[in-house]
Write a protein that binds this ligand. Structure first.
Ligand code: ADP
Ligand code: MG
Length: 615
């Protein structure tokens, strides 16, 4: 038999490697910006056309390249940043693999212009699909400009895979913000289709954050500082009252490199414990410095995850530091000599007179019960005269002083007509009563038991899921049409990593792509419309979980499912449903607490009830 193995030609090898480094325009942006920083730039301009699909150009005033280096930089494994393996353990640059430019040049039209400070003339090189098409001597400013045009021009499948301009631009802006936040002393300019998006001047960290996220951010920031032998922390957290409903402004930088870490995020979230409303996420910008040798730098070029040697200690220090700083900002004024005093006082208050204590005005005639009676009367009249009444956005007029109950809620949603206007009835069901669409009261021999319907149902579902997953073969229902769910690539990876657990729970996965998972079957206990909700909740929960020895995906999954699927407060339950819930709860192994440790019911003995009336 003849030999069949061949070495791949360089341009093919580069194209394959490019697939790993360059997923979308944002990946190119990240690599180019990082190269400029490694080159010691003090000012960096990013020009984009069509979300980077047509043009990504980065211009810097860094140290530039010689003519030979300009040619060499496009070779694979060509780097000026490490020379020997040992250098890997003392890395102060962003790049070191020498892969980025070779990869980018394999899948785009690239134009490089560069000049070193002491040279009179610079070099211009054009390269298309790894082939150099021209090299010239030119006169140009000190520094480097790299223009990347028509990304993926020779890989149509990849090009078609790109998302809308809005989404690709969002990805680019995310990368840009991360780099700009990591380097406040460098000035940045970002133009998209000829419009200026950011113009960030050289500044300090606080001002950089404010320049990116807007002036309102300034009053929200609490400085965080700590120095220990293994870790230095600096940066800011936003005060708890500014926490967000959606996770957004959460940034960790380790040795000036943006990283994602659900473990460290958990440490911060933990420091906020008790200060946040349910489901609120704190914003933070935290900069950690650790000795370069104590982190695993052999991270994949496109990954933002990181491994620390002494994770547990970092967790503890970070948590304690944030907690301490949050506590301090309340009592002591914070001194930050770096900051610009004009940013300190919100503009409106700058020239105001001293504050006077507000007078409290009490309405002595206010009687909440009177109001309630009036409203239910109104609603009865209205609904009987017009039958099913269409929704009227002007309901506020009718509810009168009820309005004030809601004015402090920023996410106020119009309550359902029915909820607002029907008189609350304690539904009698023979053995059980539902109270305020929240509790079930059931008479028992020794007195009464008051059950929290949602927490009780969580317990029931939790045990049911755990049983299904661990004890018996979970039953699965096949979907008529597989459901395609788009998720971020990190989320997809996470689902992939717990695929077998999810399969034991009854999920069937037909396909995993870079952007989505295709689901062909689901546990019988859930419905098709709940899939996305459940998976997203699960991902969130897993991210929040501190990975340690006792970490069990099954438990997290069961809790997560229970939380997503349990009947909620505000749901009316009919007699049968109430009864089933009570019976199911008391057939649980641990009926008295929810999967999250809250009491599910309270018994009131006859004696206790008696004392209420015999005081
Ligand atoms: P790496 O950054 O891992 O070294 P790259 O492919 O990103 O690999 O870059 C290859 C080399 O090209 C770098 O090591 C550096 O010497 C040079 N280089 C790239 N971009 C610039 C730039 N903006 N200014 C100066 N030199 C650069
Ligand atoms: Mg690089």
């Amino acid at each position: 038999m003849s030999d069949i193995i061949q070495l791949l030609p360089d341009h093919v090898a580069n194209q394959i490697a490019a697939g790993e480094v360059v997923q979308r325009p944002a990946s190119v942006v990240k690599e180019l910006l990082e190269n400029s920083i490694d080159a010691g730039a003090t000012s960096i301009t990013l020009l984009l056309k069509d979300a980077g699909k047509t043009l990504i150009q980065v211009i810097d005033d860094g140290k530039g390249m010689s003519a030979t280096d300009a040619r060499l930089c496009f070779e694979r494994h060509a780097t000026s940043k490490i020379r020997k393996a040992q250098d890997l353990f003392n890395l102060n640059t962003k790049g070191f693999r020498g892969e980025a430019l070779a990869s980018i040049a394999a899948i785009a039209h690239v134009e490089l212009k560069t000049k070193q400070e002491n040279d009179d003339l610079g070099t211009a090189i054009k390269i298309e699909g790894s082939t150099v098409v021209s090299q010239e001597v030119i006169s140009t400013a000190k520094g480097t400009s790299i223009a990347v045009k028509n990304l993926f021009y020779n890989i149509p499948a990849r090009r078609n895979f790109l998302k809308s301009d809005t989404i690709e631009t969002r990805h680019i802006i995310d990368e840009f913000q991360r780099v700009a936040l990591a380097h406040p002393s460098i000035s940045f300019l970002l133009h998209h289709n000829g419009n200026e998006v950011y113009h960030l001047k050289e500044s300090n960290l606080r001002k950089r954050i404010v320049a990116i996220f807007g002036g309102k951010m300034n009053e929200k920031l609490v400085p965080i500082e700590e120095q220990t032998d293994i870790l230095t922390i600096s940066g800011f957290a936003a005060k708890p009252e500014f926490a967000k409903k959606k996770r957004g402004e959460q940034f960790f930088f380790v040795n000036d490199r943006f990283i994602k870490s659900s473990y460290l995020n958990h440490a911060v979230a933990n420091a906020f414990e008790g200060l946040l409303e349910h489901n609120a996420h704190p914003s933070y910008f935290l900069y950690l410095s650790v000795p370069p040798g104590s982190i695993d730098i052999n991270i994949h070029p496109t990954k933002t995850e990181i491994k620390f040697d002494n994770e547990k200690a970092l967790y503890a220090i970070l948590r304690a530091t944030v907690k301490h700083s949050l506590g301090q900002y309340n009592v002591a004024p914070v001194l930050d000599f770096n900051r610009d005093a004009t940013l300190d006082t919100p503009y409106d208050f700058k020239d105001k007179k001293p504050v006077t204590t507000p007078k409290i005005i009490v309405d002595p005639t206010f009687n909440p019960f009177k109001e309630e009676a009036k409203i239910s009367q109104q609603s009865v009249g209205a609904s009987s005269s017009s039958g099913a009444r269409p929704f009227q956005p002007s309901y506020k007029k009718e509810v009168g002083s009820w309005e004030s109950l809601y004015t402090n809620t920023d996410t106020f949603e119009a309550p359902q007509q029915e909820q607002l206007f029907t008189t609350e009835q304690e539904t009698e069901t023979g053995k059980t009563f539902q109270i305020q669409k929240k509790y079930i009261l059931s008479s028992i021999k020794s007195g009464a038991v008051l059950i929290h319907q949602s927490l009780a149902h969580q317990r029931v579902l939790y045990e049911e899921f755990l049983h299904n997953i661990t004890v018996q073969e979970a039953s699965s229902q096949q979907l008529l049409f597989p459901v395609n769910i788009s998720l971020s690539s990190s989320d997809i990876e996470m689902i992939y990593s717990i695929k077998s657990d999810l399969e034991s729970a009854g999920f069937v996965f037909n396909e995993f792509t870079k952007e989505s998972v295709v689901i062909g079957g689901i546990p019988t206990s859930i419905t098709e419309s709940q899939i996305t909700l459940i998976l997203e909740q699960l991902l969130d929960d897993i991210k929040m979980e501190v990975p340690d020895a006792s970490f069990s995906h099954f438990d997290v999954m069961a809790k997560s499912f229970a939380k997503s699927l349990a009947i909620k407060t505000g749901t009316i339950l009919n007699a049968k449903e109430q009864e089933n819930l009570v019976n199911d709860l008391f057939s649980c192994k641990e009926p008295s607490i929810s999967p999250f440790g809250k009491a599910t019911f309270k018994t009131l003995s006859l004696a206790e009830i008696d004392t209420i009336f015999n005081k």
